[in-house]
Ligand binder design. Structure first.
Ligand SMILES: Nc1ncnc2c1ncn2[C@@H]1O[C@H](COP(=O)(O)OP(=O)(O)OP(=O)(O)O)[C@@H](O)[C@H]1O
Ligand SMILES: [Mg+2]
Length: 255
């Protein structure tokens, strides 16, 4: 842990520290897990290590196809260096298959394929329980401009297409996911870039053959084998470590 660095923010799943250069921050991935707007709390042993790796991998692949992200490099087992951005206070959700709140709200069975991908916005505000909002609310309240929203929608759909294919290739269905964007100021320019993380905490991932859940729903719904599911996602992505190894077994498990 980095007690020398100045802590900027502690969230539910990550801690942000001041980075080594101006305009950078260090994201430290914790094992803490929360669900239902903080009502359910727990820990998933080794989750931080796996999510650090998975998010590194997915952000890197997205960068390669030209999706701008905040990611710079992974520093160690639990930390990555990222560009500090001004977070746009929206949770952007893309759905391919009905699950979670969408299935609930419209009475659709979980697992029903959607006729087209659905994009939703939620206002990032824990006190309000992250309420769903429309573009009207977003522009009226000044959270993002119409141009920002255009950029966000285009990027979110590209992320969805790319990740859907990537996961399909390893026998996983990308049911839905949540991403965050931020404004990056550089050379008198502002760009919207992908920020935060992409991991089994923020995606619904189902095994292609068995429909077994391989994501945070295992924690939300007390399905057990949570760490194992996260490990399996990492293993299929080809980025693991020994199966079953936590981050406490020494340096042999790194790389
Ligand atoms: N590149 C970045 N620059 C600045 N802030 C970032 C960046 N990437 C992610 N963040 C923010 O850092 C925090 C990450 O911590 P964590 O995911 O634990 O938060 P959280 O508990 O989910 O809280 P929140 O409701 O604020 O997202 C989030 O608030 C996220 O918006
Ligand atoms: Mg978060």
């Amino acid at each position: 842990m980095s007690s020398r660095r100045r802590r900027i923010y502690e969230g539910k799943a990550k801690i942000l520290y001041e980075g080594p250069e101006p305009g950078t921050i260090v994201q430290y991935f914790k094992d803490d897990a929360t669900a239902f707007n903080n009502q359910k709390k727990g820990t998933i042993t080794g989750k931080g290590v796996i999510n650090n790796r998975i998010s590194e991998y997915l952000m890197t692949r997205l960068n390669e196809i030209g999706v701008p992200t905040h990611f710079i490099r992974r520093l160690n087992m639990r930390e990555q260096l990222v560009r500090q951005v001004e977070i746009i206070p929206l949770e952007v959700v893309v759905r391919n298959v009905a699950a979670g709140s969408l299935a609930q709200r419209f009475g659709i069975p979980e697992g029903q394929a959607l006729p087209r991908s659905i994009l939703e916005f939620y206002y990032k505000n824990d006190q309000l329980g992250d309420p769903m909002v429309t573009e009207e609310h977003i522009t009226a309240f000044g959270w993002a401009t119409p141009q920002d929203i255009d950029d966000i929608v285009a990027l979110a759909l590209r992320v969805n297409d790319f990740l859907s294919g990537l996961f399909l290739g390893i026998g996983i269905k990308l049911i839905d996911f949540k991403i965050e964007f931020g404004r990056l100021y550089e050379e008198e320019m502002v760009r919207v870039v992908l920020a935060d993380e992409i991991s089994p905490d923020s995606c619904r991932l189902w095994d292609l053959k068995t429909n077994e859940k391989m994501d945070k729903d295992r924690f939300r719904r007390d399905l057990g084998k949570v760490e194992e599911a996260y490990q399996e996602v990492a293993r299929r992505l080809g980025i693991l470590l020994d199966p079953g190894a936590g981050d406490h077994r020494g340096p042999a498990t790194v790389q």
